[in-house]
Design a protein around this ligand. Structure first.
Ligand code: ATP
Ligand code: MG
Length: 255
């Protein structure tokens, strides 16, 4: 199976804290891969490395086998990568539609495209808006397109983040706790949306999430990290019965 996103021996430290200690993982093309581990394990830091928001002291990151160590965060979208953030990171004074369209800005063309090819750029803009509306409809946001984001409930804002990431037409999407703080109904809805994004749009997914029932049912493969290091990897069935994982992580969540 071909590798879509891979990192090898990634090390990041903040002062004395080693957030990632030689972490290696591989996300196969077309799969939904989960990254789990206790609070402070280094999941968000690794996400920031993979999306090039964070520099690393050691290691390499590859997209489809090509090194991206020298890329900037904003260049990753031209590598087909989009992400969401653990903490909601929207323009709260703007509308749902405006926020979704921000995700598509790299599709507008060069800085002068607006001036040089006015008819074309109008058509392009219409196309982007149509696409944003399509995504909003898929995420049940179409009734709130003109609502100012800060007036919407939390679950909506989480979905707008996902919609904005999708507006970039990514080939791979990194989701950092997409259902955190959502109620059961919102979680079930987001779960099926993630499956739909993967199955219908063919987008590879890397998912960080603490909601174990969701992770276990949605992921094809899992990586577990603990104290910034690889602890285990395998299918959800393998991970559920892995004694190291139970001890370090799943044990905490015993019902
Ligand atoms: N910018 C930063 N400066 C200093 N320390 C940081 C920074 N970002 C993360 N850390 C530390 O690095 C470690 C890993 O944090 P990280 O946020 O990656 O964990 P996480 O697995 O995402 O946790 P959670 O499940 O709580 O989101 C923690 O000890 C954290 O305090
Ligand atoms: Mg985190």
């Amino acid at each position: 199976m071909s590798s879509h996103l891979r990192c090898e021996n990634v090390t990041v430290s903040f002062g004395g804290v080693i957030a990632c200690n030689r972490i290696t993982l591989d996300v196969s093309e077309g799969k939904i891969v989960g990254l789990i581990g206790p609070n402070g394990a280094g999941k968000t830091t690794l996400f920031n490395v993979l999306s090039r928001f964070q520099d690393y002291e050691e290691g390499h990151v590859y997209v489809r086998g090509q090194p991206v160590d020298d890329k900037k965060a904003h260049e990753m979208i031209t590598n087909g990568m989009a992400r969401t953030f653990q903490n909601i990171n929207l323009f709260s004074e703007q509308t749902t539609l405006q926020n979704i369209l921000i995700g598509a800005h790299h599709r507008i063309g060069g800085p002068f495209s607006n001036m040089l090819w006015l008819p074309n750029s109008r058509r392009n803009e219409r196309e982007l808006v149509n696409n944003a509306v399509e995504i909003a409809t898929m995420l049940n946001l179409d009734m709130e397109l003109d609502t100012i984001v800060k007036n919407l409930p939390y679950g909506f804002q989480k979905r707008i983040e996902l919609a904005r990431a999708l507006a970039a037409k990514p080939e791979i999407i990194l989701l950092d706790e997409p259902v955190a703080g959502c109620n059961d109904e919102e979680t079930a809805e987001l779960k099926s949306t993630i499956q739909q994004i993967n199955r219908d749009l063919g987008v590879t997914v890397l998912l960080v999430e603490h909601d174990m029932s969701m992770v276990m049912s949605v992921c094809d493969y899992l990586y577990v990290i603990n104290f910034g290091a690889n602890l285990a990897e395998g299918t959800p069935v393998e991970i559920k019965s892995n004694p190291d994982v139970i001890k370090a992580y799943l044990g905490e969540e015993d019902e």
